[in-house]
Design a protein. Sequence first.
Length: 310
Amino acid sequence: MEQPFGFTLNQLLHFVVVAQAGSVSTAAARLRTTQSAVSMSIKRLEGNLKTVLFERHSSNGMKLTRQGVNYLRLAENVVADSRAISQEAAKPSQNPQIVRVGTLQSLAPMLVGHLRPAFLHKRKQVSILEGTAQEWLEWLRQEICAAAIGLSFGEYPLHQGQPGRHPELEFTSVTTANVVPLVSKKHPLTRFRSVSIPQLSHYQVAVIADGLNGLYLQELLQAATAAHHSTVRSMETLLSLVESGSCVAFVPEIIVETRLRSMTGIRTLTLDTELPPVQLGVFFLRKNSDTDAVQTVVDVAGRQFNNTES
């Protein structure tokens, strides 16, 4: 069982300073305390160690005894180590603060490589939490995330298929995202120069489960009254379904335009009806938000989504 020390760090410090100064009065001046406090500290230390550290009646002032010389070396090491600990604790933290940012799974690949260096520049690390709109809205409320990057239809986040205001959240838009239908070049709809929303009622329609399967899907399919629609979890799965010719997919063009250059079997459809765009931006709490982290996310998302060629 570990036994508590019978002496204090201050007692060791007073012992070292008296030994170095050669007198209680000089030591008290260096320590910015009274002579009586130093004398009492030395007396208590000797009591705890059960030894005499100084010859007090020497004409040369406070002279160390043989035991005092032995203890001095040990005490000097303890005081030096304690000073080093104190100095280290006074330094700015060397461990970067971790900032958590939520994002839709379809957006994460476009952001990770840009958010990390931006936060490292501020001596912070960033952790990207990928999830659906429903998930990261809850992460924001619980203050797990400092901010989240997602889609908003006007003032309404696309949240589990239900339009609804979230008064505790702020939203800063960084760009407008046009939503386009994607099909395989083998799909029957490609024979038309343009297609109408009602035509989609005859085909399987798919959307990403992280946001577009809500208010926007209802808006798109209301006129068509299409019952054949589904949601998928990842953009990779969605594009694979499109490429196989099994569905039409609605996605924000800004998310897929760089991928489409390498996917020669997929094309966009031209609709005869102009669809309302969605806003892509950053959500954060109105209160208790890390304003510096939020602004960093806004700046990075703004640069990335307004310069998709990079």
